[in-house]
Design a protein. Sequence first.
Length: 233
Amino acid sequence: MFFGNTFMGSWELSVLVKLLLAALAGGLVGLEREKHGRPAGMRTNLLVAVGACTMTIISEAFYLKYGAFGGETVLRLDPSRIAAQIVTGIGFLGAGVIIKEGATVRGLTTAATLWAVAGLGMAFGMGHFVLGAFSTAIVIMSLVFLKKLDPVIRKDRYLTFTVTARYRETLNDDLEKLVKELGLVITDISSQVDFEQDEIFFRLVVTQQKRRIGRELTAAVSQLEGVKKIYYN
C-alpha cells in the first residue's frame, strides 16, 4: 500500500497515519532492546522512527509547496536532501551506544538497530507501508530469533589478559609456551618494564577459545615464577 499527499481526502490524516505507524514500528523494535537492558530502548527507537518519519514528510512537503516554481527562478529543490541527512545524522546517535572494552566491542547491534529504525521511519514517511511493515518484521525477527542461534554457533572468544611479575628475561617465553599448551593463540601482546620496581607488565589478547578459559589460564599463569598480579576480561 502507498499513498503520498492525502488519505481519505485529508493531508493531515495522511500525516497522522504515517507518524502513528512509524511510532508503532519503532516501539516494537525498541521493546526487544528494552527487554535486554540495552541503552537505546523503546523510547529511543520510537523517537528515532518518528523523527525520521517527520523529516521525510517535511522533505516531501518542501517539494509539494515550492515545486510549482519554474526553471526561470533561482529556487532549486531537491526533495531528497533533508531525508538524505537522516542517514548521516543517525550515525552520531549510533556511535554513542558503542562501547569498546579491551578486545570486546559492545553496542554494535543496538547501533545497527537505530540505523534500521530510521529507515523504517523514512519508509512510513514516504507512504511505503508494505515496505515499512516487511522491514519491521524482518528487523524484529532478526533480533529475536537469530539471538537464539548464539549458543549453537561455534565462535572464537577473545580474552584480554594482563600479568604483573618480578622482572626476568625468560618470563615472556614461559607465557607464550603456556598459552600454546592450552591451545590458545596470542593475537596481540605488549609489555612494559619498570626497572626501579624490578617489575615487568604483560598485556595479551588470546583467542581460539571454544569455552571460557579465564580461570584455567589464571591458575596456570599463577604457577609461573615471580608472578604478582593477574587480571583478565
